[in-house]
Design a protein around this ligand. Structure first.
Ligand code: HH2
Length: 407
């Protein structure tokens, strides 16, 4: 006969808050954490709060250490620092994406942490965002490797490669080259979004991209994404089988694109931008750029969700270079973990952008590959799931190395 396992402190592990700052703060306060500690924890914006009661001090200290090493943290009683008492309640703060890495680390530790890892798994299962991005029958498991989104600009005027792939034949050949070099997703755009660029009528934009979408759907396994802000273009491309819509306006014109994605079960990238590409650089006033971007992006993610796109089909993008100056882009990149802690799949586009030019002094956008790889690697280390790049072979190689080092 099996003897029942005796009660262990780790059995009390429970999810006490998910994207609920008030509940998180309330639970942290109850541990007896100092006021300063509470403020530091809350500023991290970590969406998952797991409470564990009466944890022996040596275990609590190890838990905090492992949580920090995976991008999270743990709050406990101020008595711990003073080495008073034997046990403390803790609130473990983490994100859906970091949870797996944290559980893997706890599993290798003594003092009851292995048991805590399985208690956390059962406490969170089914309660948090899906860890797989679903794009119309395509499944991209998150948290393992980074996905490469190759840029296909079927435009005459994109900032770094405008005119290079303007005929359908050249565009398709370029897409095939990127797939051979390791792209998982091809992002087809028929309208440049560089600062000050002129809008393209929907009919012309649709003409530029539709043939390429049809070709890739019929002849490749790629996830096909369409970079458009126009519902008419999104509609035609979804009709042709596109798996993903990349809306750089972040649903600025309302939820129509989200409803179209919801009906097609396609994924939707919601990017942060203020204004339009022609006037976005007039809207660069922020209090705290990272907090403001997260707040504005969250509102649009919620709009997409209320139009019916499941959270597991939503991708967030902070929009590097869109209504942000170089200093703001650098701040956003260095604190990207805060954006990834929103819990959605995270896409970043830094490839060849002007901030790389500003940092390095390299004027020619095509010569910014090394700088782009450095920025991309930093983004991966801070939680990016998908990287949007021009130079696929180089990026795929760098991403593999970054993935191997991720935690
Ligand atoms: N950047 C560009 C275009 N689309 N989409 C997402 N989600 N994120 C980005 O950062 C992003 C984007 C700008 O780059 P590019 O496509 O090379 O240039 P252009 O807009 O001039 O075509």
């Amino acid at each position: 006969m099996d003897t029942p396992k005796s009660a262990h402190w780790s059995d009390s592990a429970r999810l006490v808050a998910y994207r609920n700052a008030l509940e998180t703060a309330r639970n942290i306060e109850q541990t007896g954490c100092s006021r300063a500690g509470l403020e530091i924890m809350m500023a991290k914006g970590l969406p998952l709060a797991i409470r564990v009661d009466k944890v022996p001090l040596r275990s609590a200290i190890l838990i905090k250490q492992e949580a920090i090493s995976t991008g999270g943290d743990a709050a406990y009683s101020a008595d711990v620092a003073a080495l008073r008492g034997e046990r403390t309640d803790i609130v473990l703060l983490t994100s859906p994406r970091s949870l797996q890495a944290l559980a893997a680390k706890l599993e290798r530790q003594p003092f009851g942490l292995k048991r805590l890892a399985s208690a956390i798994k059962s406490a969170t299962e089914g309660h948090i965002l899906s860890q797989t991005l679903s794009a119309r029958g395509k499944s991209l498991p998150l948290g393992g490797r980074t996905y490469i989104m190759g840029i296909l600009n079927a435009t005459p005027d994109s900032f770094s490669d405008g005119g290079s792939y303007f005929t359908e034949k050249d565009a398709i050949a370029h897409a095939e080259r990127m797939l051979a070099e390791g792209a998982d997703i091809i992002d087809i755009g028929g309208e440049s979004t560089r600062p000050g660029s002129a809008p393209v009528p929907a009919e012309e934009e649709r003409r530029r991209v539709l043939g390429i979408v049809r070709h890739l759907i019929a002849n490749s396994d790629a996830v096909v994404s369409v970079d458009t802000m126009k519902p008419e273009v999104a509609d035609a491309c979804l009709e042709a089988g596109a798996h993903m819509i990349n809306d750089v306006s972040g649903l600025a014109a309302g939820p129509r694109i989200a409803s179209l994605c919801a009906s097609a079960k396609a994924a939707l990238v919601v990017m942060h931008m203020r204004g339009t590409p022609s006037d976005m650089m007039l809207h660069t006033e922020y209090g705290d750029v990272v907090k403001d971007v997260i707040a504005e992006l969250s509102a649009r993610m919620e709009l997409a969700a209320s139009a019916g796109v499941p959270e597991g089909s939503l991708v967030a993008d902070p929009g590097f270079g869109f209504s942000k100056d170089a200093a703001q882009n650098i701040e956003l990149l260095s604190r990207l973990r805060e954006v990834s802690n929103m819990g959605y799949a995270l896409l970043v586009g830094l490839s060849r952008k002007s901030t790389i030019g500003r940092i390095t002094g390299v004027q020619d956008a095509k010569a910014r590959v090394p700088g782009s790889l450095a920025a991309m690697t930093a983004a991966i280390m801070k939680g990016a799931d998908i990287v949007r790049v021009h130079d696929v072979a180089e990026s795929a190689q760098a991403a593999k190395v970054a993935d191997a080092l991720r935690y």
